[in-house]
Design a binder for this molecule. Sequence first.
Ligand SMILES: *Cc1c(COP(=O)(O)O)cnc(C)c1O
Length: 458
Amino acid sequence: MKYLSTRDDSLSRSFNDILYQGLSRDGGLYLPQSWPKIDLLSLKNKSYEEVACEIIFPYVNENIEKLELQKILNETYANFNHEKIAPLVKLKNNKFLLELIYGPTYAFKDYALQFLGNLFSTSLEMSPKKITVLGATSGDTGSAAIHSFKSKKDINVFILHPHNKVSPIQQKQMTTVIDKNIFNIAIDGNFDDCQKIVKELFVDDEIQESTSLTAVNSINWARLIAQVVYYFWAYLQADTQKINFIVPSGNFGNIFSAFVAKQMGLPIGHLHIATNSNDILKSIVDTGEMKKKSVFQTYSPSMDIQVSSNFERQIFESLNRDSKRVNEVFESFSSKGFYQFDDSVLAKFQQIYKASSIDDNQTLETIKHVYEKYNYIADPHTATGLKVLLDKKDDEVWVSLVCAHPAKFDNAVNKAINKEIDIPKELSNLFDKEEKMTILPNSTMDVKNFILEKISNA
Ligand SMILES: *Cc1c(COP(=O)(O)O)cnc(C)c1O
């Protein structure tokens, strides 16, 4: 399998090239040149790790042997905390939850980032290369990345998070990892500011020449393919002909993985985007208008995003994989601050996607309702999806994703159900630990200098 970029469809890169490069030098995101098809029958009676191998192998076949890949996957999911790895739970009738909270940091990000860490280690074992992992986080990616890469040889990790805009447990999960190769940077700004700095550093020649800069946020293609697996896994557990998913969305990575599953042959009807009050994705899907909007802080901080990076991949797909047109969209968007997709493109979005925006009040009400009626405690991100799920008719199978453990967002959850929830010991222990982080202004130059200084000393 070779890879092109959303801004240059003539590109032809190997998996190993794009694994470390993250963002393409032309500013675009990588996608495979074609979609491999999966024979659903061949997945029957396989374990999660075996299903993962069938799905991921076609994307990496140029660089990794199948046996090697299987070994990496077995190691990756060995210490997840549930025998099914990602269990499907019935809420009622045709309404299901897919629980993705059994990794080391209690959010779905672990399913991809634990894999990425092992993938990097394996490939670095055989090379003299040292890499610098750089990522922006709205909370969960950062901790999942840090727990995946801590103490790994030849890897330094720089994670930017918006200062005081992640939950206390999310912050502690990152900053209490004090390994020498881990650097937490708190930016005086919001998540979109952090993401912008990261994007600018990836096209900065000086930093690119001093180190091998590697992206681990959800624009990284290897992360997306690891997430494709659990959509197939949900289908295998659901015993149905056709399946539909509701995905609480921020950067559009998780739901785009569902789109990839559909392209690979999973019989998905619709994908329903759930957002909080940061509703740019809803505007695009409802009206075709993509507009710069400011970011609100909500109870679901991992979705406090108004520039959903991975949506560029969907634009590329819906513009018939024509990178010239993608370039036009983003040139116009960055000069005018908005772009209006025409009706034919809008119709394409709507063929697959629906969208709802759930505000903070509805989020808390949903947490309360689901607790009282089903004795299930949902975190605020998950709750945006559950609101959509509860409103669905029962005539089709709908699966809503459980994105994080409620204890990670206990303030909001306690408020909703009016009692203190149990916190797993690994999380409550964090408050006794020493923290390590550096606060920097919202400036690409400052972050660049900090990184250059640290890696020259490392
Ligand atoms: C990352 C995250 C999301 C949003 O996922 P995207 O892939 O960015 O759309 C939602 N909920 C939680 C808990 C997350 O960590």
